[in-house]
Write a protein that binds this ligand. Structure first.
Ligand SMILES: C=CC1=C(C)c2cc3[nH]c(cc4nc(cc5[nH]c(cc1n2)c(C)c5CCC(=O)O)C(CCC(=O)O)=C4C)c(C)c3C=C
Ligand SMILES: [Fe+2]
Ligand SMILES: [Fe+2]
Length: 387
C-alpha cells in the first residue's frame, strides 16, 4: 500500500477575539449554511450578518477564555490518530482541514499534494452527516478536485458518517456511565442528549439525513449503555428566525424539571470535541435555565476529545475505509437544486419572470433593512437574537 493520507474535516473556530468576525463571515458566506436566490447577495449579506452577530458571539468566546479550543483539540486528535495508525504499521500522515478557520481545508490540500499522497481517506469529525457540516466540506473539496488534475490522480474515499461504529458507541457510553455513577441516585439520572440543531427545511426539503442519524445514534448509545435510565433528545444552538429541529434544548429542560426530574446528565452528541456550544452554551446558559427550573444536579458528559477507545476506533475506521469500495463525491447527499434554505424560507424562487423581479425587490428591501439595523443597532434581527 502506498503512502496514506487521512484528511480530518472540521468546522474551525476563532483562536482569539479578533478572529470572531472574519470567522463568522466565512461561515455565513457558505451557501450550505445560508443559500440566497442570488449569489451576488451572499457576500454583502455574510458581511452584514457577521458584523451584527460578532458582538454577541465575541462575548460568548470571551466567557470561555477568548477563543475556541477546537484547533488545539483537533490537533491532539490528529496526532493521536497518526500515532495509532503508525503503531499498526501504516505509513500514514493525518491532516486537518477546517471549513471556516485555520488551518483551512485548502491549506491541508496543498500539503497533501506536496507530500505526494497516493491514497486519501477523507474523514469528517462529525459522527452524523449534515448538508451543513460534512456536506459543505465535501462540496468544497469537490470544487478543488474539479479544477486540479493532481488531485484527480489521488485514490480517495469519503466517509460520510460513522456514528454506528462500536468503538465510538462504547466510548460515548463509557463517558455517560462515568457521569451517571457520579450522581447521588444513579438510576434516577435522566440522560439528556443535546444535538446541534439544523433548520427544519434542511431535513424536510433538502433531504438532510441528519435528524434520522441523530435519532439512530441516541438509540444505539442507549443500547450500548445498557442501563435503566430514561432519556430525551433535544436540539440546541439555533440561529436566526426560521424553525429549527424540535424540541429545543431549553424547552425540553424546563419540561423535564416540571415533571419533577432532579438530575440531568447532558450529552453533547453532534460533535467530538469540547467547543463553544459545550463550554459556554451548555455549561453556562443551559445550566442557568435548568437550575432556575428546579434541576438540582446539572451534570455534563465530557466530549470525546482523545478518548483512547475513540481514537482506536478512528484508526480502525481509516483501515476499514481503505479496504472497502471507495465512496466518491458524486455519491454523497447534496441539497436538491433550487432548494430553499435558511434564512429565506418565505421567499419565492425565480421560476418565473415576475417571481424573479419580486425576489430582487425583496432582496433589496432586506438589504436596506439590514443596513438600517447596523446603523441604529436595533431591529428585528436583534429582537430575534441573531445579533
Ligand atoms: C454537527 C454540528 C453542527 C451543525 C449541524 C451546525 C449547523 C449550523 N451552525 C450554524 C451557525 C453557527 N455555528 C457556529 C459555531 C459552531 N457550529 C458547530 C457545529 C455545527 N453547526 C460548532 C462545533 C461550532 C463552534 C466552533 C467553535 O468555535 O468552538 C457559529 C458561531 C458561534 C456563534 O456565533 O454562535 C454559528 C453562527 C448554522 C446556521 C447551522 C446550520 C444551518
Ligand atoms: Fe454551527
Ligand atoms: Fe450558540
Amino acid at each position: 500500500m502506498g503512502r496514506i493520507g487521512v484528511l480530518l474535516l472540521n468546522l474551525g473556530g476563532p483562536d482569539k477575539l479578533e478572529d470572531v468576525r472574519p470567522f463568522l463571515y466565512n461561515l455565513f458566506s457558505d451557501p450550505e449554511i445560508i443559500r440566497l436566490p442570488f449569489s451576488w447577495l451572499q457576500s454583502p449579506l455574510a458581511w452584514m450578518i457577521s458584523s451584527l452577530r460578532a458582538k454577541k458571539s465575541k462575548a460568548n468566546y470571551q466567557q470561555i477564555g477568548g477563543g475556541s479550543p477546537l484547533r488545539r483539540i483537533t490537533e491532539e486528535q490528529a496526532s493521536a490518530l497518526e500515532d495509532k495508525l503508525r503503531q499498526q504499521g501504516h505509513d500514514a500522515t493525518v491532516y486537518i482541514g477546517m471549513r471556516y478557520w485555520h488551518p483551512f481545508t485548502e491549506e491541508a490540500i496543498a500539503q497533501i499534494k506536496r507530500d505526494r499522497i497516493e491514497k486519501l481517506v477523507v474523514l469528517p469529525l462529525y459522527p452524523q452527516f449534515s448538508i451543513s457540516t460534512s456536506g459543505s466540506s465535501f462540496r468544497l473539496l469537490e470544487q478543488l478536485w474539479d479544477k486540479d488534475p493532481a488531485l484527480q490522480a489521488i485514490d480517495y474515499t469519503l466517509v460520510p458518517s460513522w456514528y454506528e461504529r462500536s468503538g465510538y458507541l462504547r466510548a460515548m457510553a463509557d463517558l455517560i456511565a462515568d457521569e451517571i455513577d457520579r450522581a447521588p441516585d444513579p438510576d434516577g439520572v435522566h440522560v439528556f442528549f443535546s444535538a446541534h440543531g439544523v433548520p427544519v427545511s434542511y431535513v424536510e426539503e433538502a433531504g438532510d439525513p441528519y435528524q434520522r442519524e441523530i435519532e439512530d445514534c441516541t438509540t444505539l448509545i442507549m443500547q450500548t449503555l445498557n442501563r435503566p435510565n430514561e432519556y430525551t433528545l433535544a436540539y440546541q444552538s439555533r440561529v436566526g428566525p426560521v424553525e429549527w429541529l424540535k424540541p429545543y434544548t431549553e424547552d425540553a429542560i424546563e419540561d423535564l424539571a416540571a415533571q419533577g426530574i432532579k438530575t440531568l446528565a447532558v450529552v453533547p452528541i453532534s460533535f467530538v470535541s469540547e467547543h463553544i456550544e459545550t463550554l459556554q452554551e451548555i455549561d453556562m446558559e443551559y445550566r442557568e435555565i435548568a437550575e432556575e427550573a428546579g434541576i438540582e444536579h446539572f451534570q455534563r458528559v465530557a466530549a470525546l476529545n482523545t478518548h483512547p477507545v475513540f481514537i482506536e476506533d478512528l484508526a480502525n475506521l481509516v483501515t476499514d475505509a481503505i479496504d472497502s469500495p471507495a465512496i466518491q463525491f458524486s455519491e454523497v447527499i447534496r441539497p436538491e437544486k433550487n432548494m430553499k434554505m435558511y434564512p429565506q424560507e418565505n421567499w419565492e424562487w425565480g421560476m418565473t419572470t415576475s417571481a424573479e423581479v419580486w425576489n430582487g425587490r425583496l432582496a433589496m428591501l432586506g438589504l436596506i433593512a439590514l443596513l438600517v439595523e447596523i446603523l441604529v443597532g436595533r431591529g428585528p434581527l436583534h429582537a430575534l437574537g441573531i445579533m
